[in-house]
Design a protein around this ligand. Structure first.
Ligand code: GZL
Length: 339
């Protein structure tokens, strides 16, 4: 498309320079011209990924890269912002200056995007929020959202715990809950907390003994859980807002010998994502519930971009299918787990 002519011209110029400097150019101008032609047929997408903090994130990045290939008609510019919102804002400005056809980003936090998204809007570049969403009143700043319904994930975790405690006859027992929260200000952490709280608030016997940001990482999950265990000797439930933190917490719990209390009652461990490694812990009776959060959004993202750019109708808000995993159903899904 029009935007690639500038990029292709640069390629031709570089090739001519390398030719005139006597360097052996890896391709002649003719070949480049061919590349220039194909370059112009590709849809250029700028993709700002928030980081690589979890198996979930790695699978999400791969899903996008596998869908937005040159064979599928895309030229993908990719950047990993390493959990830094300032870097993501720089990424978006760089994509705008390169006049890409569309921008996709996984916003590391909900707030702080109005200015740069306003610049994209003025430049006529549609922006899709992927995976996580932003908190803005001006919904025209985003062409669309494609991701997961984090609040429903939190509600599903709360409903499962409520049902499980009732089945165990513990609906009136004091239940002490520790929460390992994801990145502060992220829609994933906010949504899961809000959904779980909606159920917790109707169970007066549930008490939040401790909660802390463990940044969606295994190391922080282990570190924070170790601290919780040293401060509290009566935690009944741990809610980890992703598998990495749950697996880190499990290491700390098991090394402290606290997976079962002195009465032989198991500490209930709830997680989110549904990664293979965590589902193996569900199968082994260590994690009790894993609420799926689907990272494989590449194919749906490709269709959404094509619809936006071709003027076809499309949904502004798009959720991926998700379910919950327990010991009762995990075996039928474990082997086919893509991540
Ligand atoms: C959720 C996603 C979260 C995952 C974590 O959609 O943003 O970020 O639950 C990841 O594993 O770090």
């Amino acid at each position: 498309m029009k935007k690639q002519s500038k990029f292709a011209a640069l390629l031709v110029l570089l090739a001519l320079l390398s030719g005139s400097l006597g360097a052996c150019s890896p391709f002649d101008v003719g070949e480049l011209a061919g590349q220039e032609d194909t370059q112009q047929d590709l849809v250029t997408v700028g993709f700002s990924q928030l980081g690589s903090e979890s198996a979930w994130r790695t699978a999400n990045t791969k899903s996008v890269q596998d869908a937005l290939t040159t064979e599928n008609g895309f030229f993908l510019l990719y950047d990993n912002a390493r959990q830094l919102q300032d870097q993501q804002i720089k990424d978006l400005r760089s994509f705008i200056s390169q006049r890409v056809d569309a921008i996709v980003f996984c916003p590391v936090e909900e707030e702080g995007w109005e200015t740069v998204l306003g610049e994209a809007y003025e430049a006529g570049v549609p922006v899709i929020a992927l995976d996580r969403n932003i908190a803005t009143k001006n919904q025209s700043l985003l062409a669309a959202f494609l991701g997961e319904d984090m609040r429903t994930e939190g509600v599903n975790a709360g409903l499962w715990l409520e049902k499980t405690l009732q089945e165990e006859g513990r609906q009136d027992e004091d239940i002490r809950i520790a929460v390992l929260e994801g990145t502060e200000g992220s829609s994933a952490a906010e949504g899961r907390s809000e959904g779980f709280l909606a159920i917790a608030s109707r169970n007066q016997n549930w008490h939040f003994a401790a909660q802390a940001d463990a940044q969606f990482t295994r190391a922080k999950g282990r570190e924070v859980m170790k601290r919780f265990l040293s401060e509290f000797d009566d935690i009944d439930v741990v809610v980890a807002q992703n598998d990495e933190m749950a697996l880190g917490a499990l290491e700390a719990i098991e090394s402290a010998g606290r997976l079962y209390n002195e009465d032989g009652r198991k500490l209930i461990l709830i997680s989110f994502d549904g990664s293979r490694e965590a589902l193996e812990a569900v199968r082994d009776g260590e994690i009790d519930l894993d609420v799926e959060c689907n990272p494989l959004s590449g194919p749906a993202l490709r269709e959404l971009i094509e619809n936006i750019l071709s003027g076809k109708s499309y949904e502004k808000v798009n959720y991926l299918p998700e379910q919950v995993f327990t010991r009762e159903n995990v075996d039928e899904y474990l082997d086919s787990r893509a991540y």
